[in-house]
Design a protein around this ligand. Structure first.
Ligand code: SF4
Length: 451
């Protein structure tokens, strides 16, 4: 609970009746006025030179983010993780989508080809391009340091995993400007702390459950100081156990403001022969608060599903992704080309454009200014009216480009046909399919109108 103005006042010189009371050095006439502004967050606590250490500590604790935010990677490719402040996206928003890494053993005989696959992977969805963020290099033979150098040369963010502290140290000596995440599997907390302090890197603490993690985090903080950079990981294989653990960690960080849990979470999808299990654990990790996710391999279907899930969750609910409202020319349409209409909600736009791009001939797409809402939402919020549609069509100057006057509207708003035709004199409004995926099939029925 945030401190009230009165609670703050009681700990200031004015409240404690000390000689500096109401000295005005903070720019306020009284300590009470200053405390009220401080409680509202409208003034910095450093403005009062007589503030006690006790009050400073209380305010520091109150202002501390529930989860730390870190950057790892290379000077040219930085990856931000953590910094989340809420349990549920609708409370505010989530900030940094999970960083996706692929596990690669140093002894892997297909090291080069797997690395090439990692580097070349990309997928575009709703106007955003996704790549694999990092490689998790696992020490499985004496080439670990050499492989680390290869990855570093490729400018790749790296997560290092090793049971051997000596070999981990050798690799870190080669890190230069690269800031890897370090996962040292050691029973000795002192060794982990030493590495963290010596190389100023983010280190991973693992535990079977939140209770074990809390104890380890406490030990680490005692040995490593309050500014230690940590990631927390739990290793439950059972999906239900995993959900429970991940949720508990985030709740303790955000709801309880428990500093021992105020670190980003790393989740590992263990190797299995069951792709559905991998996809399930990956999806649980995305939904349940994991900030870094390590997958066992480059599986395009799983990656595509996880990036889709992550994009949906990490979009600010108060700022729907939108595209510019205007006329889009898709492909090379001739004067008989079909004309479609949709709203400027990015997902609607990209769904329609993807389908139109797949057609043999080009097409025109009129996008209305509907506040970034989808078709039905915009219609129910009066952001997709006959007037708005007519204006978008008139602004597009389509009449200079086509020889017909037919426009295909989404099937969901077919009831607006007469109204739109009244606004757009001379135009024939055709109710299209509800879903973009049915556009090709739909056009076959209307072939004569657009040829
Ligand atoms: Fe009170 Fe501190 Fe402001 Fe002086 S500087 S009036 S002691 S709050």
């Amino acid at each position: 609970m945030a401190l009230t103005g009165l609670q703050i006042f009681k700990l200031l010189p004015g409240g404690k009746k000390e000689e500096q009371a109401n000295c005005k050095k903070c720019g306020f006439p009284t300590c009470m006025a200053f405390s009220m502004m401080l409680a509202k967050g409208q003034v910095d606590m450093g403005e009062c030179p007589y503030m006690s250490d006790e009050l400073k500590e209380m305010l520091d604790k109150q202002n501390r983010p529930p989860q730390m935010e870190y950057i790892y990677g290379t000077p040219n490719k930085e990856v931000k993780v953590g910094g989340e402040t809420v349990l549920f996206r609708h409370e505010k928003t989530f900030h940094n989508p999970p960083s996706i890494a692929i596990r690669l053993k140093s002894s892997d005989e297909n090291f080069d080809s797997k690395l090439a696959k990692i580097l070349s992977y990309s997928i575009e969805r709703v106007g955003q391009e996704f790549h694999i963020d990092a490689v998790n290099l696992v020490n499985t033979d004496s080439t670990f340091v050499e492989k680390f150098k290869i990855l570093a040369d490729k400018n790749l963010p790296i997560i290092l995993t090793s049971k051997c502290a000596r070999r981990m140290t050798e690799a870190l000596k080669e890190a230069g400007l690269i800031k890897p995440i370090v996962n040292l599997h050691s029973k000795s907390m002192k060794k982990i702390v030493q590495i963290q302090k010596k190389f100023d890197v983010i280190v991973v603490l693992s535990g079977d459950n939140p209770q074990e993690l809390e104890e380890k985090s406490k030990q680490f903080r005692e040995l490593g100081g309050q500014k230690a950079m940590l990631l927390l990981t739990t290793s439950a294989k059972n999906p239900f156990e995993r959900i429970k653990n991940l949720t508990e960690i985030r709740e303790k960080a955000v709801r309880d403001k428990n500093e021992k849990f105020s670190y980003p979470i790393l989740s590992q999808v263990p190797f299995s022969f069951d792709k559905y299990y991998d996809a399930l654990i990956g999806a649980i990790s995305v939904c349940k608060y994991s900030n870094v996710i390590i997958l066992p391999d480059v599986d395009e279907a799983i990656l595509s599903a996880l990036f889709t899930l992550s994009q949906g969750l990490y979009t600010d609910p108060q700022k729907p992704p939108q595209v510019e409202a205007k006329l889009y020319v898709v492909g090379e349409p001739d004067s008989n080309a079909p004309v479609f209409l949709t709203t400027n909600f990015a997902l609607s736009y990209f769904s329609v454009v993807t389908e139109i791009e797949g057609l043999d001939k080009g097409a025109y797409l009129v996008v209305t200014d509907s506040g970034g809402m989808s078709v039905l939402t915009a219609w129910s919020a009066s952001k997709l009216t006959a007037e708005i549609i007519a204006k978008a069509v008139r602004d597009s100057k389509l009449e200079d480009k086509i020889s017909h006057k037919n426009i295909i509207i989404p099937g969901f708003i077919s009831s607006m046909k007469t109204e739109i035709e009244r606004e757009l004199a001379g135009w024939d409004v055709i109710a299209g399919p509800n879903y973009a995926a049915d556009i090709e099939k739909f056009l076959k029925k209307y072939e004569s109108k657009f040829s």
